[in-house]
Design a protein around this ligand. Sequence first.
Ligand SMILES: *[C@@H]1O[C@H](CO)[C@@H](O)[C@H](O)[C@H]1NC(C)=O
Ligand SMILES: *[C@@H]1O[C@H](CO)[C@@H](O)[C@H](O)[C@H]1NC(C)=O
Ligand SMILES: *[C@@H]1O[C@H](CO)[C@@H](O)[C@H](O)[C@H]1NC(C)=O
Ligand SMILES: *[C@@H]1O[C@H](CO)[C@@H](O)[C@H](O)[C@H]1NC(C)=O
Ligand SMILES: *[C@@H]1O[C@H](CO)[C@@H](O)[C@H](O)[C@H]1NC(C)=O
Ligand SMILES: *[C@@H]1O[C@H](CO)[C@@H](O)[C@H](O)[C@H]1NC(C)=O
Ligand SMILES: *[C@@H]1O[C@H](CO)[C@@H](O)[C@H](O)[C@H]1NC(C)=O
Ligand SMILES: *[C@@H]1O[C@H](CO)[C@@H](O)[C@H](O)[C@H]1NC(C)=O
Length: 356
Amino acid sequence: MVKFNILAGGNIAFIVSYLFDSVDKTLTLIRKNPSGQNTSWIERSVINPSILYAVNEVEAGVIQSFTIFNNGTLSDAIASTSSGGNGPAHVFASPCGEVASMNYAGGTGAIVNTTNNGSDFGGSTFITFPPIGSSGLAHPHETLQLGNEFLVPDLGGDTIWRLVPNADGIFSIGGEIKQPTGSGPRHAAIHRDILVTLHELSSTITSQRIPPLGQNSSGLISNLSIVPLDQAAMAGASFAAAEVLIPSPNLVFNSTLVYASNRNTGTIIDTRGDSIAVLCLSPDGTLQMINQFFTGLNQVRGMQFGGPDNRYLVASGVVGDGGVVVFERVGKGDQFVEVSRNRDIPNLTSFVWVCV
Ligand SMILES: *[C@@H]1O[C@H](CO)[C@@H](O)[C@H](O)[C@H]1NC(C)=O
Ligand SMILES: *[C@@H]1O[C@H](CO)[C@@H](O)[C@H](O)[C@H]1NC(C)=O
Ligand SMILES: *[C@@H]1O[C@H](CO)[C@@H](O)[C@H](O)[C@H]1NC(C)=O
Ligand SMILES: *[C@@H]1O[C@H](CO)[C@@H](O)[C@H](O)[C@H]1NC(C)=O
Ligand SMILES: *[C@@H]1O[C@H](CO)[C@@H](O)[C@H](O)[C@H]1NC(C)=O
Ligand SMILES: *[C@@H]1O[C@H](CO)[C@@H](O)[C@H](O)[C@H]1NC(C)=O
Ligand SMILES: *[C@@H]1O[C@H](CO)[C@@H](O)[C@H](O)[C@H]1NC(C)=O
Ligand SMILES: *[C@@H]1O[C@H](CO)[C@@H](O)[C@H](O)[C@H]1NC(C)=O
């Protein structure tokens, strides 16, 4: 397999289709597929891989569905439904066919059933998160799956909500996993029984064991800054962590590695761009920093692994003109080399890999 389609969303009114050729090392824009306004996050259906979901991150937030054609382009929107509030910054597709979208600005979220093999939307449950933090407003940022629960990091409340279904399949808040005060949990990833959380406001990454439901906290195993040491002291820099990924270990990359993106949102920008921190996660849950990889991109908000052995990483910055870059993991997976860069669209925020 040498050719891949990559779909990309951003703060624009279309979803971009690229063709990545890993032998020719080219990344080519093939179509700007019309979508609603501000399609900042896209995600593929798990039950039907030919369906793509996207948000319109606007005041009256929307979730849309599209067909992914074999040539990597998209149909017009098949269906759309309300995200239940202001500013859906993320959409998650569950293995049972539900779609969950969290409204960052509005402090609410929606869990939506799908019908017709993932292409249409069915009944929705809307959740309002209590404003518990010092900011006085919940900022739910994404959804993760844990068994039959959904976990939702809340940057405003410094907690991770646990949404649990009742006997009728209706979700509500059933507990939480408290996070350090003022840390601003944004995104998280689960490996075995370990929850790894990336905190936007403190630019830290933490690990902890997932507590039983009802026990609303557990001790931190590790707590580290992800900011490169030489940038931490840089005058005019200001950091805001964004994305954390833990690709499953495989035969080629056989250690459990954690990748976390830095965003320098300050006034002084490093010419190397922002880094992706690479950490090792030990079986006991300890995190150890092993590399800082500078991307030449500014403010990487979304990034995604794909290709054989999850060898490739596609990323873009939300500001600047770095474009879209495919990097290749080398060494143990702690190093990267740039394979291809396309600058047709200077800034994008989320990605989906599609095999050709
Ligand atoms: C759903 O769509 C997928 C991909 O097109 C197909 O393989 C699968 O058979 C479909 N399932 C049903 C229940 O129609
Ligand atoms: C689009 O989304 C960004 C965040 O991704 C947000 O800052 C901006 O306000 C949104 N634009 C509109 C028109 O809502
Ligand atoms: C891709 O496939 C779709 C559906 O078959 C077709 O309508 C469209 O014209 C094709 N686009 C390109 C660029 O080949
Ligand atoms: C979603 O579907 C499940 C399974 O059919 C059902 O139990 C649940 O009530 C539905 N939720 C809504 C909000 O319609
Ligand atoms: C756990 O969190 C839930 C949701 O906030 C709350 O209703 C419950 O009382 C908490 N339980 C304990 C033991 O603190
Ligand atoms: C986590 O680490 C950060 C950065 O080193 C530190 O400022 C913070 O106090 C720590 N928080 C906890 C709860 O240990
Ligand atoms: C990981 O791969 C390296 C190099 O191929 C090998 O030496 C090592 O034994 C492997 N480790 C595990 C845990 O499989
Ligand atoms: C992103 O790129 C667009 C051009 O597509 C440009 O108009 C916009 O200013 C850029 N946004 C930022 C925040 O740099």
